[in-house]
Design a protein around this ligand. Structure first.
Ligand SMILES: Nc1nc2c(c(=O)[nH]1)N[C@H]1C(S)=C(S)[C@@H](COP(=O)(O)OP(=O)(O)OC[C@H]3O[C@@H](n4cnc5c(=O)[nH]c(N)nc54)[C@H](O)[C@@H]3O)O[C@H]1N2
Ligand SMILES: Nc1nc2c(c(=O)[nH]1)N[C@H]1C(S)=C(S)[C@@H](COP(=O)(O)OP(=O)(O)OC[C@H]3O[C@@H](n4cnc5c(=O)[nH]c(N)nc54)[C@H](O)[C@@H]3O)O[C@H]1N2
Ligand code: SF4
Ligand SMILES: [Mo]
Length: 729
């Protein structure tokens, strides 16, 4: 029978922008993928990753059946395909054995980033953690937005009360440590961000980017200022003090604030002059930006990964919120305000969060939202004693490449008694597993963006059914979790609930939230391009979930970290006269001229990559290499290095060799390396990625470097030395 060509519409599940896709399908073949012009939110926008969904779907390396590791007589691992029944039996048997022998915390759990793009996984994870009763649950949250969630919990009373930049209505957008033009936005679901940023300028507004690199976003902004890595907290404190001293506070709901006096007192001594050397931005500019921000009819202060994945992540996020609060921009149209999704993520029936209810065994890092920081995971596996992790379940994650000290993580995972990974690839992490359980392709299941509808710059919603039913011998992620949970519950004598399908979950949750928007599941399914529910509306002051219904401007845990920042100010300030206040003159006389001087390393993202797992797509990996160490010509010259030369980067804990790329788009003294590479590790099944291996940023990161309040890893702003190796040809 001849296959007919049909068109299906689907939200892209690869990044937070959730673009609508129009896919032409013929039989089992994807004929074409382009942006869905009729999606009211993404308006036809698409990036190269969306098109590369075809590669991911067709990838011969993508796993479809359970794999069991067998150690051959030569000591080498071989993988054998086994039946689902055998696989579930093995997993339940081994995990329950470890649990019964060593206790509840002996089975650890790690969930990575794609789990939030996939409700089948997202809604299944809690039942697995519940049946395991483990306190050793980790996720990519603590190498990402944990400081943001924790700040929302401590100030607003709910970890998911994340305020979103109202990009379409703002007059002034101050972006610290985010590069949405490359990342397509984060904790700001914003398809087509370039057009929306340009629209701010077209309507006479201003976009100001603060970043150690002149990024793709900085290129289209009105203004960009280099900042020394980790200088944001000092900068923000100084700006708030300028506003206070110049009577520029415009607080909209003073009766809804507690602790503002305490907060301001704690930071009062950080003047623009005190912040300038640490931020690398001169005092006059700090004053000017602060004034412009306050005078703009509406303004947004937004800090993303560059402000969270560093030593002062929680302080930064607290200060971002204070900037918005004191200028009346929190909860203002054109400011920073929460969404009102049709399936609520805050309010009744949701989990407001928690903090420090328990601590990790070895480094005593605090729990947050029921999880421990992943910076503690390797040591919790490697350190003997009661509560040691002996077995691990991972899903949607590649902690070997994405969390600090990948080599130690390798050692830790290799030492486990048993490891099972629910994952679609045999990669740097899952190669350590004894068993891999691959869920069916994303295109084979229904899709709903529970998380990203809640973080979008407009209130939007969209449900798309599966492109194809799943092949009979494959399993949905929720089926895999359901089966594991049931069998574990039976072996451990614990309760479990039957697993439900993705659409059932949505239907049930929608009924619970139906009153607010009046959209039925039927109507949602019908609207295959998604439904626009309008611009964000002020509501946070009515929705606060703190015990007194007010914003806590001075949470104890945060205020007590201000002293650490002040110590940093002293230690990080260069000696008088050595570093000019404005970053630009560093080009001529900067500290970087000393060849032995350490450099500060930060990460970067590229639109053709996504964390560690898309380097196996030929559409994405082709073209110029994108894995080099970027360095300013001044720093290259000081070390006698040349563009393209192979260099050795060494940190306190490791070293890697990689080609260097000259660029003046980086602050002198700062180097930039993307994370997610490092595919030369043996025993993976990633043909193309292996050929474009690169090196892993996180092989250089010490797990002891954390944001003290949240325990989030401080992967940006690490100190490295760079020396030349062979000349390039
Ligand atoms: N140095 C440095 N490190 C970083 C960052 C940085 O900026 N710099 N960024 C951090 C951030 S923000 C994040 S979110 C983390 C990400 O950290 P992780 O989530 O641990 O890593 P990913 O590379 O996203 O790995 C995704 C995994 O999910 C699998 N996968 C993909 N789709 C599916 C699916 O549908 N089902 C299942 N079961 N598996 C799937 C892939 O095969 C891969 O193994 O990395 C962090 N690490
Ligand atoms: N193409 C692509 N898109 C992605 C991803 C991807 O890997 N590739 N990952 C997705 C994920 S999981 C996430 S969480 C988001 C992240 O989305 P973004 O937060 O937009 O991520 P980045 O591009 O890493 O931007 C961080 C910026 O912080 C800067 N920076 C580093 N240190 C500092 C500092 O101390 N201060 C300041 N002010 N800036 C600093 C860096 O130079 C960089 O430009 O992107 C998502 N989208
Ligand atoms: S921007 Fe993100 S959501 Fe849009 S097509 Fe690219 S990867 Fe998919
Ligand atoms: Mo992330």
């Amino acid at each position: 029978m001849k296959n007919t060509l049909r068109t299906v519409y689907r939200a892209c599940h690869l990044c937070e922008a959730i673009c609508g896709l129009e896919m032409k399908i013929e039989g089992n073949n994807i004929v074409s993928i382009r942006g869905d012009e009729a999606d009211p939110f993404s308006r036809g926008h698409i990036c190269p990753k969306g098109v590369a969904i075809k590669d991911l779907y067709e990838d011969e390396n993508r796993l479809r059946q359970p794999l069991k590791k067998i150690i051959g007589s030569n000591g080498h691992a071989e993988w054998r395909t086994i039946s689902w029944d055998e696989a579930f039996d093995l997993a339940a048997q081994k995990l329950s054995e470890v649990n019964l022998q060593h206790g509840d915390n002996a089975v650890g759990f790690y969930a990575g980033n794609p789990s939030v793009h996939n409700i089948g996984t997202l809604f299944s994870v809690p039942s697995l953690v519940r049946v395991l009763k483990t306190k050793n649950a980790f996720s990519a949250t603590s190498v990402d937005q944990l400081p943001q969630q924790l700040t929302s919990y401590l100030m607003f009373g709910h970890q998911f009360m994340i305020t979103i930049p109202d990009i379409d209505h703002t007059d002034y957008f101050l972006i610290l440590g985010g590069n949405p033009v490359a990342s397509n936005g984060s904790l700001m679901t914003v398809p087509d961000v370039t057009k929306r940023l340009q629209a701010i300028k077209e309507r006479g507004g201003k976009v100001v980017v603060i970043d150690p690199r002149r990024t793709e976003t900085a290129e289209i902004a009105n203004e960009h200022h280099f900042i020394r890595p980790s200088g944001d907290a000092a900068l923000l404190m100084a700006m708030i003090n300028v506003l206070k001293s110049e009577n520029l506070f415009r607080i909209s709901h003073p009766e809804k604030l507690t602790g503002l006096g305490t907060a301001l007192a704690a930071i009062a001594d950080i003047t623009p002059e005190a912040a300038a050397p640490v931020a690398g931005i001169d005092a006059a500019t700090i004053r000017r930006i602060a004034r412009e921000f306050a005078h703009a009819p509406s303004a947004i202060c937004y800090g993303r990964l560059g402000t969270t994945l560093q030593s002062f992540g929680t302080l930064n996020q607290w200060l971002v919120q204070l900037m918005n609060i004191v200028t009346g921009n929190l909860d203002r149209v054109g400011g920073s305000l929460p969404t009102n999704p049709i399936i609520p993520t805050t309010g009744r029936g949701t989990k407001p969060g928690s903090y420090a209810r328990w601590h990790s065994r070895v480094s005593k890092l605090p729990e947050a939202g029921g999880e421990l920081p992943v910076a503690a995971m390797a040591e919790e596996i490697l350190t003997k004693g009661e509560g040691q992790i002996k077995a691990l379940v991972t899903t949607c994650g590649n902690p070997v490449l994405s969390t600090p000290n990948g080599r130690k993580m390798d050692d830790a995972l290799a030492s486990l008694d048993f490891m099972v990974s629910i994952d679609i690839y045999l990669n740097e992490t899952t190669r350590h597993a004894d068993l891999i359980l691959p869920p069916t392709s994303h295109l084979n299941h229904d899709h709903y963006d529970y998380v990203f509808n809640a973080f979008a710059v407009r209130n939007v919603t969209r449900f798309n059914g599966a492109v194809w039913p799943k092949p009979a011998d494959e399993r949905y992620d929720w089926e895999i979790f359901g089966e594991l949970v049931n069998r574990l519950a039976a072996k451990l004598g614990r309760d479990s609930r039957p697993a439900t399908s993705t659409s059932n979950m949505i239907e049930v949750m929608l009924k619970a939230g139906e009153s607010s928007h009046g959209i039925s599941f039927g109507a949602l399914k019908e609207a295959e391009h998604g439904i626009d529910l309008g611009a964000l509306k002020p509501s946070i002051y009515m929705r606060l979930e703190t015990h007194d219904g007010k914003i806590n401007c001075a949470p104890d845990a945060i205020i007590s970290d201000v002293a650490r920042l002040k110590r940093h100010l002293v230690s990080a300030s260069p000696p008088e006269g050595e570093l000019p206040r404005n970053a630009a003159p560093v080009l001529e006389f900067g500290v970087a001229l000393r060849s032995s001087a350490p450099l500060t390393m930060i990460g970067r993202r590229h639109v053709r990559s996504n964390n560690s797992w898309m380097h196996n797509s030929h559409r994405l990996i082709k073209g110029k290499p994108r894995d080099q160490l970027m360095m300013h010509p001044i720093d290259l010259a000081a070390r006698g290095l040349q563009d393209g030369q192979v260099v050795r980067i060494s940190s306190a804990i490791g070293e890697v060799n990689i080609a260097v790329q000259a660029t003046d788009r980086l602050m002198p003294g700062v180097v930039s390396l993307p994370h997610g590479f490092g595919h030369s590790r043996s025993g993976t099944r990633l043909g193309l990625a292996h050929e474009h291996a690169g090196v892993s940023y996180n092989d250089l990161c010490d797990a002891a470097d954390i944001d003290a309040v949240s325990g989030n890893a401080a992967l940006n702003g690490i100190s490295v030395k760079v020396i030349g190796l062979a000349r390039s040809t």
